[in-house]
Design a protein around this ligand. Structure first.
Ligand code: GLU
Length: 424
């Protein structure tokens, strides 16, 4: 039976509903009281702005931007800023809540937030992007702050945007404030190891999961969906551990090599071809709809939300899914995946290496001291492995899937802290 992906819009599930349905299951397991449930489920605040930016043609375009602070119970809120045409308030709300659970699962002293601007950064000039980023920063100046809310890169943003944000915020407060943002360029207070941190965490948690399944990385095959920062680093580091990456995909298509793709070659290729793999000779183009259902041991979805759905889940052949992206599996697919006995290292655990090293960056900025790469890597790997163990033990204790176990661990921590802090 050949599987074909249905048209994406018909199939899209609301990520906020996906997040809430898992939250509800975990809240039930924990026996969360109604008061705490109500506090944790809703975002603390949501800011919607309309930003006029003069484009290169002299005309003013108005962009809609968001910053959602989901929780500050554990500490200042933390989370990236996404530039994409599909940015939607419900998506930002889901992503902000996921940041709360993600920071809690790796035991960081942070709450969760997320920002986004509806724009297509691929069609904007550097000048337009700079003006947009500076204007967005200015409109969020009362939300951002090293002890309040600390942004970082997400899809469509990177160190360059974080540098503009730091500069603009510093001007408004009259003092250079590196700890207001993470994911900065190395020369201006960025941390060694931040660029590869999310992909590295994916690799570390994948190895931890393979060990639990009794699988040897050197005898494991995988596909990586998405070849941006997270996907390309995860693919590279997994292949260095001996995992055979048979397929990868990006916005230009999907590519297959039965003998294993040479990931260093693929990265070198995309670096000089506009960030895309199109035309890469080390693999053969394939139908992207078949990538996730191909015959491999491990899937690493590292692109966008809702790519594993009730429609393709019945056709999955992998034994393990390690979620590099936020929300790649829709809630409707959970039961099918569990039924098939596939182990999932969920997003809030698998991709938490990024925010972990963001936390190290923030600590270094506040210390005024730079850590070595070894120190960053060793500490981040330890945090990832400890978090994995804790989630795994919780899944065994309650006999629940890893995804729900990750929510249980995080919600329990935030709920306990809320009890100590109290309300009005
Ligand atoms: N955007 C990344 C994430 O979704 C990183 C967030 C951060 O470092 O604050 O985890």
């Amino acid at each position: 039976m050949a599987y074909k992906e249905p048209a994406p819009l018909i199939d899209k599930e609301n990520p906020l509903e996906s997040m809430m349905s898992r939250f509800n299951i975990a809240a039930e397991i924990l026996g969360l009281d109604e008061e705490t449930y109500n506090v944790l489920k809703a975002a603390d605040k949501q800011m919607i702005v309309h930003i006029p930016v003069t484009m290169d043609n002299g005309k003013v375009s108005v962009f809609e931007g968001y910053r959602v602070v989901h929780s500050t119970i554990l500490g200042p809120s933390k989370g990236g800023i996404r530039y994409d045409m599909n940015v939607h308030l419900d998506e930002v709300k889901a992503l902000a809540a996921w940041m709360t659970w993600k920071c809690a699962v790796v035991d960081l002293p942070y709450g969760g937030a997320k920002g986004g601007i509806i724009c297509d950064p691929t069609t904007m000039s550097v000048g337009e992007l700079e003006r947009l980023t500076r204007a967005y920063t200015l409109s969020m100046k009362d939300i951002f702050g090293p002890d309040r809310d600390i942004p970082a890169p997400d899809m469509g943003t990177g160190p360059r945007e974080m540098a503009w944000l730091l500069d603009e915020f510093s001007k408004t407060v009259g003092a250079t404030t590196p700890a207001v943002v993470t994911g900065k360029p190395l020369v201006m207070g960025g941390s060694l190891g931040r660029t590869e941190a999310t992909g590295r965490g994916v690799m570390v948690s994948a190895l931890a999961a393979l060990a639990k399944l009794g699988m040897d990385p050197k005898a494991t095959t995988a596909v990586v969906q998405g070849f941006g920062n997270v996907g390309s680093w995860a693919a590279k580091l997994l292949s260095e551990k001996g995992v055979r990456i048979k397929g990868v995909s990006d916005i230009s298509g999907a590519y297959w090599n039965e003998a294993g793709i040479n990931i260093d070659d693929a990265i070198a290729y995309k670096n000089v071809h506009n960030g895309r793999l199109e035309g890469f000779v080390g693999a053969t183009p394939m139908d992207p709809a078949d990538l996730l259902t191909s015959d491999v041991d491990m899937l690493v979805p590292a692109a966008v939300e809702d790519v594993i759905t009730e429609h393709n889940a019945p056709f999955l052949k992998a034994k393990l899914i390690v979620e590099g992206a936020n929300g790649p599996t829709s809630a409707s697919a959970d039961a099918i995946i569990n039924e098939k006995g596939i182990m999932v290292v969920p997003d809030i655990l698998a991709n938490s290496g990024g925010v972990t090293v963001s936390y190290f960056e923030w600590v270094q900025n506040r210390q005024g001291f730079k850590w070595s790469l070894d120190m960053v890597t060793e500490r981040a790997d330890r945090i990832m492995n400890d978090a994995f163990e804790k989630v795994y033990e919780t899944s065994q204790k309650y006999d629940i899937p890893m995804r729900i176990a990750a929510y249980v661990v995080s919600i329990d921590k935030v709920a306990q802290t809320y009890k100590y802090r109290g309300g009005f």
